[in-house]
Design a protein around this ligand. Structure first.
Ligand code: NAP
Length: 271
C-alpha cells in the first residue's frame, strides 16, 4: 500500500464499531480496483462532530451505522430519493464538499436475493419492522415484490406497512401460507442467542426462498431448518457484501470486486 498526499480517506461512522467488517472489506475492494484510498473505523458519539470532520478533513465517503442512520440526515446537503423514502442513510458521498446521503441496504438485499430468485410478482414476508426491514421492504417493493410486514409489535409493524401501502401480520399469527420469499430482519438467531429463530420450522414450506440478514453465525438456526425443509437459502453475508459493493461503486466509480469483498468478509468472520 502506498499512502501519500493524494490518498483519499473513507470510513465507517458508528458506535460501537470495534467489530465492524467494513474496513477489511472496503480496503480489499480499493486494493483490487487500484483505488488510492484508505478506509478506517471511527467510533462517533456525536454525529454533528462527525460531519464537521468529514468537511474539515475532506473524508470522501462514509458508511453510516447504528445509531446514526437517521440523525445524520438533516446534516447532509442532498438525499438520494430512495434514502429519503426509507428514512435512513447508510452511505455518504463527499463530492467537492457537497455531501449526499444514500441507502444501499435495500439494494444489497435485492442483489443477494436475485442470485437465487426472481422478485417481481412474488409474495415476500419481511419479518421485522426496524431500520433494516424498512430498507429491505422498500427495495423489494421497487423490484415488484408484494410485501407483507410481519412483526412482533403491531404499532411499529402497522406503521411500516402503511408507509409501504402493504399488508401487516402479527408475528404470532404468521402461518407461512402463500409466502414465496421470507426475509428475517430481526436479530433473532444472532450470536450468542443462536438457538433463537423468528419462525418455527413447520411454517417453512419446501420451495420457499429464506433469507436471513443475520450473518453471525453464517448459518443461523432459521437457515439450517429452512435448508432441511427443502427451501433455498440466502445468508446475511450476501446482503452485507452487496450493500458494501454499491457503496464502493459510488465512491470509486468502478465496478466493485464482489468476490474479493465476500472472501475478505468470510475470512474475517472465521477469525
Ligand atoms: P432494529 O431497528 O432494532 O429492528 C429490530 C426488529 O427486530 C424490530 O422490528 C423488532 O421488533 C424485532 N425484534 C427484535 N427482537 C425481537 C424478538 N426477540 N422477537 C421478535 N422480534 C424482535 O434493528 P435493525 O437495524 O433493523 O437491524 C436488525 C438486524 O439486522 C441486526 O441484527 C443487524 O445486525 C442486522 N443487519 C444486517 C445487515 C446485513 O447487511 N446483513 C444490514 C443491516 C442490519 P419490535 O418492533 O417488536 O421491537
Amino acid at each position: 500500500m502506498n499512502i501519500n498526499t493524494r490518498t483519499s480517506l473513507y470510513g465507517v461512522f458508528g458506535n460501537p464499531v470495534s467489530h465492524s467488517l467494513s474496513p477489511a472489506m472496503h480496503n480489499a475492494a480499493f486494493r483490487q480496483v487500484g483505488h488510492d484510498g484508505v478506509y478506517l473505523a471511527f467510533e462517533i458519539r456525536e454525529i454533528e462532530a462527525g460531519i464537521t470532520a468529514v468537511r474539515a478533513l475532506n473524508i470522501r465517503g462514509v458508511s453510516v451505522t447504528i445509531p446514526h442512520k437517521i440523525s445524520i440526515m438533516p446534516l447532509l446537503d442532498h438525499l438520494d430519493p430512495m434514502a429519503r423514502k426509507i428514512g435512513a442513510v447508510n452511505t455518504v458521498v463527499n463530492q467537492d464538499g457537497v455531501l449526499t446521503g444514500y441507502n444501499s441496504d435495500g439494494l444489497g438485499a435485492v442483489a443477494a436475493l436475485k442470485e437465487k430468485t426472481e422478485i417481481a410478482g412474488q409474495s415476500v414476508a419481511v419479518i421485522g419492522a426496524g431500520g433494516a426491514a424498512r430498507a429491505i421492504a422498500f427495495g423489494v417493493q421497487a423490484e415488484g415484490g408484494n410485501v407483507t410486514i410481519v412483526n412482533r409489535s403491531a404499532d411499529k409493524g402497522e406503521r411500516l406497512a402503511k408507509d409501504l401501502n402493504a399488508d401487516f401480520r402479527p408475528l404470532s399469527e404468521f402461518s407461512g401460507e402463500d409466502v414465496r420469499i421470507l426475509i428475517n430482519t430481526t436479530p433473532l438467531g444472532m450470536t450468542p442467542n443462536v438457538d433463537a429463530t423468528p419462525v418455527p420450522a413447520d411454517k417453512l414450506e419446501p420451495g420457499m426462498v429464506v433469507m436471513d440478514i443475520v450473518y453471525n453465525p453464517l448459518e443461523t438456526r432459521l437457515l439450517r431448518e429452512a435448508g432441511a425443509r427443502g427451501c433455498t437459502t440466502v445468508d446475511g453475508v450476501a446482503m452485507f457484501v452487496y450493500q458494501g459493493a454499491f457503496q464502493s461503486e459510488l465512491w470509486t466509480g468502478q465496478k466493485a470486486p464482489v468476490d474479493v469483498m465476500k472472501q475478505m468478509v468470510l475470512d474475517a468472520l472465521k477469525k
